[in-house]
Design a protein around this ligand. Structure first.
Ligand SMILES: Nc1ncnc2c1ncn2[C@@H]1O[C@H](COP(=O)(O)OP(=O)(O)OP(=O)(O)O)[C@@H](O)[C@H]1O
Length: 709
């Protein structure tokens, strides 16, 4: 049985009221102390910051100081939110950042929520109190304590939820259109995932509203805290849409994190923009992992075939035989990207040529000694040949190259523009966009490199229009990776995230994927490329999958990326959607073909979902009226409208002041009230029952449906 913890706040005249006021006053005094300490530390750090670090060590130190300063600066709202009273009488406060007092040795004043010692705040129970007798949630508004919720952990009560009062208050708040942090009310099953090992792929399945996004973002903050080296590599957060990224944009900065790059799969490749929609058929075909092999063999076919290479150096011709070229080519390629292999080949070629020059010079000298006049003339010519005057002084008078000349020869050859032009002509630079365009437009090439595609599929792919669509991005990314950069880019930017964002080949310390059920096999390859160490957390709901691929289980969805080397975790409690609405979802899930049960709703809104039935001509008018009512009822909050794709334009024209989205576009978002237009129309779309499941679960309070008669 669940019992409420005692909640303390607001006016009261009883003994309870006195205790409450005293608890609030006590916590206010602590908050004032912690705030003053935070301000002092932030001021001190600011004086340490320099805009002109002298060397790499100082640059790294400055990056760390800047992070710490930023973290302190942002830790305003909810600086202190919890307190643990231990059996041995120790009292520890938990907050957004860790603070030490300014006494000798700097005793801990405030525990960072991510520190191991803060863990009982999220996981202690009456059954397993972890040495604690009481957990207190401290509610604040700006710098004022407005209430406290106490939970005894001495076995006098049992509670399923951690800090139920504070949690339910947070869940009941009006939605602003921006996600907020949940650091003070994280629940046990969420905390377990947030602090899980990050050594391999972790896939978190959770129904709608179970806090997958909350967990994903707080996990990023936790990992950056627990593994400072990760901050040097940055963390990538992949979301389903720019709208979703805007929705979550404040959470990580509010948690003080700057070493984070957020993107969608469509925006991950610098310089590439998705410019058109595409059919589901093509999205599915081009999402298959077979393209990885197809592109690998395609790029391999573009390597230059070995042949005799005839090079000119200082007026003489030198022949590098095909067998030497083949050997050098094989050692240069060895799994390297195309352009890097070329650079390795060129470097070896410069040495081979230098050796040939030295050998030939020695041979000429030997012959000369035997007195051939014409050879003398050739030597003379080759010694005089110095178009840019770079010949180092000190050639031996006997015509042989000096040791210094021999040593510098490969470098001079490497710097020679004519040699570089020769290599470029034989092994040309390529660019991913041109290559992909050529491949996709050419049925013969497609049949050769992607033999697992059917003739119909090849025709469909080759008749697509030119600008890039979403499913082209992973193909371009794969090609760009197989080609490699012609020249290594220079790091730019003050924060590590700025550098990472600009680099296609940046290797992140960790990658978090939200709405991971939507990723195609080729999009997973994009993720793997950015995190070869596979420190990846993917959160999603396989029952909300709407993308064109056919996966209906995580095992299928990630087989190509991870085989069976991944760990599963589950979230089971729905925090967003009230019980009244969740009760509508079970039959929808069955229709979607799922065998899972919807998550258990943690709260009731007391508002029954309602339905209005209309004719098509009444639709816009009734929707307008319904939106007006909902906006009035949820004044200060948010209302969203979800409709079949075919009705969005008509509704956008009729409604103002509310977002009108398809089920797919509403992924990951939430409003206080949702108006669902033509749910049967949504269900009839491709993967429509999954879409309807998404649409039904977006509200935190009230659901209205407008159904066509
Ligand atoms: N521990 C928590 N404390 C306070 N609020 C929470 C907590 N967990 C989740 N929430 C809130 O519940 C709502 C749903 O969370 P979230 O968006 O992370 O769920 P989700 O599983 O990603 O949902 P969906 O798959 O439907 O998009 C959000 O408003 C979030 O802030």
């Amino acid at each position: 049985m669940r019992q409420k913890s005692s909640s303390t706040g607001g006016a009261a005249g009883s003994a309870d009221g006195v205790a409450r006021r005293s608890a609030i006053a006590e916590e206010q005094a602590f908050l004032d102390l912690a705030t003053a300490r935070r301000d002092t530390l932030a001021d001190h750090l600011r004086t340490e910051l320099s805009s002109d670090p002298s060397d790499a060590v100082e640059r790294a130190r400055q990056r760390m100081l800047r992070r710490q300063h930023e973290e302190l600066r942002r830790a305003r709202e909810g600086l202190v939110f919890g307190r643990l009273d231990a059996r041995d009488g120790t009292v520890r406060h938990v907050g957004r950042v860790g603070l030490r007092d300014d006494g000798e040795g700097g005793e801990p004043l405030l525990l960072d929520w991510r520190a191991p010692a803060a863990r009982p705040f999220y996981t202690a129970t009456a059954v397993d109190p972890q040495g604690q007798t009481r957990r207190r949630h401290i509610r604040t508004t700006e710098s004022t304590v407005v209430g406290v919720d106490d939970e005894p952990l001495d076995g006098t009560t049992t509670a399923e939820l951690v800090g139920e009062g504070a949690l339910l208050a947070a869940l009941d708040e009006r939605r602003t259109g921006r996600m907020s942090t949940a650091v003070s009310t994280l629940q046990r099953e969420q905390d377990d995932i947030i602090r899980a090992e990050a050594t391999g792929p972790l896939i978190v399945q959770g129904g709608p509203g179970t806090g997958k996004t909350v967990v994903a973002l707080h996990r990023v903050a936790y990992l950056l805290f627990a593994h400072p080296t990760m901050a040097e590599q940055a963390v990538l957060v992949l979301g389903p849409s720019p709208r979703f990224l805007r929705y979550i944009a404040q959470v990580l900065p509010a948690l003080g994190e700057t070493a984070v790059v957020s993107a969608t799969c469509d925006t991950l490749l610098p310089g590439i923009r998705v410019q058109r929609d595409e059919s589901r058929l093509l999205a599915e075909i081009k999402g298959r992992v077979l393209w990885q092999t197809a592109l690998e063999t395609y790029v391999t076919s573009l390597l230059p075939p070995p042949r005799d290479l005839k090079l000119r150096w200082e007026g003489e011709f030198y022949l590098i035989p095909a067998a030497t070229v083949a050997q050098t080519l094989a050692s240069a390629v060895q799994g390297r990207p195309y352009h890097r292999a070329r650079a390795a080949f060129a470097e070896q070629l410069h040495h081979i040529l230098a050796d040939a020059v030295v050998e030939q010079r020695e041979a000429l000298m030997n012959e000369m000694e035997e007195g051939f006049e014409d050879i003398l003339a050739r030597v003379d010519r080759s010694m005089r040949y110095d178009p840019v005057g770079r010949r180092p002084a000190g050639s031996d008078v006997d015509g042989l190259l000096s040791e210094e000349e021999v040593e510098s020869l490969p470098g001079r050859i490497a710097a020679n523009a004519a040699i570089a032009r020769f290599v470029e002509a034989w092994w040309p630079s390529l660019d991913a966009e041109t290559l992909l365009r050529d491949l996709l437009a050419d049925r013969t090439l497609l049949a050769r490199f992607a033999p697992r595609l059917t003739t119909e599929e090849i025709i469909a792919v080759s008749t697509e229009p030119a600008p890039w669509a979403s499913s082209d991005v992973p193909l371009l990314d794969a090609l760009a990776d197989l080609l490699g950069e012609v020249e290594a880019p220079r790091p730019q930017g003050e924060f590590v995230a700025d550098q990472a964002r600009r680099r296609r080949d940046w290797v992140y310390g960790h990658v978090v994927v939200d709405e991971a059920q939507e990723l195609s096999e080729m999009q997973w390859q994009m993720v793997l490329r950015r995190c070869p160490g596979r420190s990846i957390t993917a959160v999603g709901d396989i029952d909300q999958a709407e993308a064109a691929h056919r996966h209906t289980s995580w095992a299928q969805a990630v087989r190509a990326a991870f085989r069976d080397r991944w760990t599963a975790a589950e979230l089971t409690i729905c925090y967003r959607t009230p019980r009244e609405v969740m009760s509508l979802t079970e039959p929808v899930l069955r229709e979607a073909g799922s065998r899972n049960a919807p998550p258990r709703a943690v709260r009731s809104s007391g508002i029954d979902p309602w339905v209005r039935t209309v004719t098509p001509t009444e639709l816009a008018g009734v929707a307008t009226e319904a939106v007006r009512e909902l906006r009035q009822r949820w004044r200060g909050g948010t209302v969203g409208v979800i409709a079949p794709a075919a009705r969005v334009a008509e509704l956008l024209a009729a409604l103002s002041g509310v977002p009108v989205l398809t089920a797919t576009q509403s992924k990951g978002l939430e409003w206080d009230a949702t108006l669902l237009i033509d749910p049967r129309g949504i269900a009839a779309e491709p993967r429509g029952w999954n879409g309807l499941y998404v649409a039904l679960t977006r509200c935190t309070q009230e659901l209205g449906q407008v159904v066509l008669a």
